[in-house]
Design a protein around this ligand. Structure first.
Ligand SMILES: NC(=O)c1ccc[n+]([C@@H]2O[C@H](COP(=O)([O-])OP(=O)(O)OC[C@H]3O[C@@H](n4cnc5c(N)ncnc54)[C@H](OP(=O)(O)O)[C@@H]3O)[C@@H](O)[C@H]2O)c1
Length: 303
């Protein structure tokens, strides 16, 4: 019988692509969602309501693996105190709920794979290359990712293999990061943000889904894995590559950092600062990126 993989956040950008890949790869897929959804021949939907600590326990009891992708969008709204709390709790509460169902029912899993983010290394631009041993930063994203990953460790304490996928900016057609910036580049108004020197570690959606598939299939994988290409793309090189694909050279002055700080508040750090990140650990596990050339990756998302 096909192994059942339960996705939290399976209705989102990464979740939808991953669902397709898992089904193609012969897994049976279930999705936990806050909204009512009709089952399809390939996907069973289960409901949860984190505000009421409600979960359809059958979702967990029928799962062989869980992939945790649920969480409020990190750059959707200004980082007010409430928004920061929502970003953190929407990632941790689901894990706590899953933990309590597993524990109560003495249920085990073959693996628990959770999204995390390279934001764990902090919003900082310098020449240090962060690997999985680099300590977490003491800023909002660093602390959020640390608490998120610590919640995953609770699942590990039940004797379940856990993997943390520390993701960079995910490139996909009409979705995620590109959905936000492509319209201005398409209209000829693409601009470099701040100094443009901030690093933008990226990964193509197809490669990211392959990493999740490997994290399920490869029992040697456990702990954190940086999941982005090591190519030192900066905001300036990314902006120039996008403009090039739309057939022009960037002519606008750089968008000044102080204006972005006024408009975005603390969240401006997410676009004005960025880390260099090494993907050596996942590559040593035998993972090969299909997309390592930025322009080719971007082009595949624009066609
Ligand atoms: N996309 C990127 O570039 C990127 C980069 C680094 C890390 N990541 C991480 O990867 C994960 C998936 O990213 P994504 O881009 O696929 O996100 P997404 O498109 O925003 O989807 C996230 C899903 O989480 C669920 N969700 C949203 N708010 C929630 C809440 N308050 N409580 C419970 N569930 C909630 C939603 O599912 P329902 O509406 O069905 O409940 C939604 O479909 C996230 O944790 C994200 O931080 C993404």
């Amino acid at each position: 019988m096909a192994k059942n993989i339960l996705l939290t956040g399976g209705t989102g950008f990464i979740g939808k692509h991953l669902t397709d890949l898992l089904i193609e790869s012969g897994f049976s897929v279930s999705v936990l969602s806050r909204s009512d959804k009709k089952n399809t021949p390939a996907i069973s939907y289960y409901k949860w309501d984190l505000t009421r600590n409600y979960i359809d326990e059958e979702a967990i009891l029928s799962a062989d693996y869980i992939i945790h992708l649920a969480g409020e969008g990190i750059v959707e709204k200004r980082w007010t105190k409430k928004r920061k709390k929502d970003i953190l709790e929407s990632r941790i509460k689901p894990i706590d709920l899953i933990f309590s169902v597993l524990k109560k029912n003495n249920k085990t899993l073959e693996g628990f794979v959770s999204a995390s983010a390279i934001g764990i290394y902090g919003a900082i631009t310098n020449e240090h290359i962060c690997d999985e041993n680099t300590p977490p930063a003491n800023d909002f994203l660093g602390i959020t990712c640390l608490e998120w990953e610590s919640a995953v460790d609770k699942i590990n304490s039940l004797g379940i293999r856990t993997v943390k996928v520390r993701t960079g900016i995910v490139l996909g057609k009409d979705e995620g990061f590109l959905k936000k910036i492509v319209p201005s580049f398409k209209a000829g108004f693409g601009a470099i943000l701040g100094t443009g020197k901030q690093y933008v570690p990226w990964i193509h959606i197809e490669d990211l889904c392959q990493i999740y598939l490997k994290a399920i299939a490869d029992e040697q994988m456990h702990g954190p894995y940086n999941s982005c290409v090591t190519d030192n793309t900066t905001n300036a090189s990314l902006s120039k590559a996008l403009a090039h694909l739309f057939g022009y050279k960037i002519w606008l002055p750089k968008a000044p950092a102080f204006i972005l700080k006024i408009v975005l508040g603390e969240m401006s750090l997410a676009v004005l600062e960025g880390q260099r990140v090494s993907s050596e650990k996942i590559e040593k596990m035998g993972f090969e990126f299909e997309f390592t050339d930025l322009e080719r990756a971007l082009a595949s998302c624009l066609n």
